[in-house]
Design a protein around this ligand. Structure first.
Ligand SMILES: [Zn+2]
Length: 329
């Protein structure tokens, strides 16, 4: 079962989260493999998408935010788009679009950043959006400050965290076909009662890379190998890394509160999408084939609308559609 463990280092401005996605991750891979149209993801994409999924869950778990966190990469290469969406209850879904063939061991650059055009976008979409309110979006390139392509996805997120939140973050991500896992270590913002005096307040930017406690713990965390991250359970892993530190652990998120796969697609939403095409476009599709077929990229469900269904979509005014979530497979 998937699990998430939060912890902090007693008395130090450093906190961490350890994540292991098992059932949730395997379900994403299985659904894709069973999709007759696409087939399974290529090996290199499975690993990247697993790391992205683990990274997105860690980021969502690390912030207090009522809404969805969407992590995307896109650019130039056979991997056109990879998307992970995590709700604030840690339900999640992920998908990737691949055009053409990919080497089994293709790097991040070969997949999506062949000419340094690749980007990573992090979107925070509030659950209750005010009228006119746009989701918050941050975009970072897939190259470093010296324009060198980044080939480890975890470095992309570290870069984003440093830029957007001004916080030192160490991230270790790994994925295989069974597990997508991650460890996040972060320096906490310089706030609170110890820093009330204006003379002693260090601005957060000034503290980047300078906190000795964070640096020590970050070096310990970075000694974790991918194999250890994928295979060790939480107790063994935290002991292996931090046995000399005073780690305080919180109630783990397991079973009911664990991260889990869930897709929010529905027949009603697909109807709205068809309505968005316009009646003329919908009719022209129906002149070429019997039904309008729409597949969900995230979960693989197929939605089918025959001419009568389609007429109905356009005969009822928008907003008055009867709710229906049954999917036709
Ligand atoms: Zn779906």
């Amino acid at each position: 079962m998937s699990e998430l463990h939060k912890f902090l280092f007693e008395g130090l401005p450093v906190r961490g989260i350890l994540l292991r996605l098992t059932d949730a991750w395997k379900e994403i891979l299985q659904r894709r493999a069973q999709n007759a149209e696409t087939g399974a993801y290529p090996q290199a994409v499975r690993q990247l998408l697993g790391e992205m999924t683990a990274g997105a869950v860690l980021m969502q778990a690390n912030i207090r935010f009522e809404g969805a966190l969407v992590l995307q990469i896109f650019g130039d290469g056979p991997l056109k788009l990879a998307v992970v969406e995590v709700q604030n209850d840690l339900s999640l879904r992920a998908t990737a679009k691949v055009v053409g063939t990919l080497d089994e061991t293709a790097s991040l650059s070969q997949m999506v950043n062949q000419n340094n055009q690749g980007k990573c976008a992090i979107t925070l979409d509030p659950l209750k959006r005010h009228p006119g309110q746009q989701p918050y979006q941050g975009v970072v390139p897939l190259f470093d400050d010296n324009k060198q392509p980044i080939d480890q996805f975890q470095k992309v997120i570290e870069h984003y965290m440093l830029q957007s939140e001004q916080l030192d973050t160490t991230l270790i991500l790994a994925a295989n076909d069974e597990v997508a896992a991650g460890l996040l270590i972060q320096r906490m913002p310089m706030q609170g009662q110890n820093n009330l005096s204006a003379h002693h307040v260090l601005r957060d930017e000034d503290a980047i890379g300078k906190n000795e406690d964070y640096r020590r713990i970050s070096i310990l965390a970075s000694s974790l190998t991918r194999e250890e991250l994928l295979s060790l359970d939480a107790n063994a892993l935290l002991h292996r890394l931090f046995w000399q530190e005073n780690v305080r652990r919180f109630e783990p998120q397991v079973e009911d509160t664990a991260p889990r796969f869930s897709c929010s697609c529905s027949r009603e939403r697909v109807s709205q999408m068809i309505r968005g095409l316009g009646q003329e476009e919908a009719q022209s599709i129906l002149q070429e084939r019997d039904n309008i077929e729409v597949g969900c990229d995230f979960c693989g469900l197929q939605y089918s609308f025959d001419p009568i269904d389609t007429d109905q979509i356009f005969s009822i005014p928008a907003g008055l559609q009867p709710p229906s979530t049954d999917a036709i497979q």
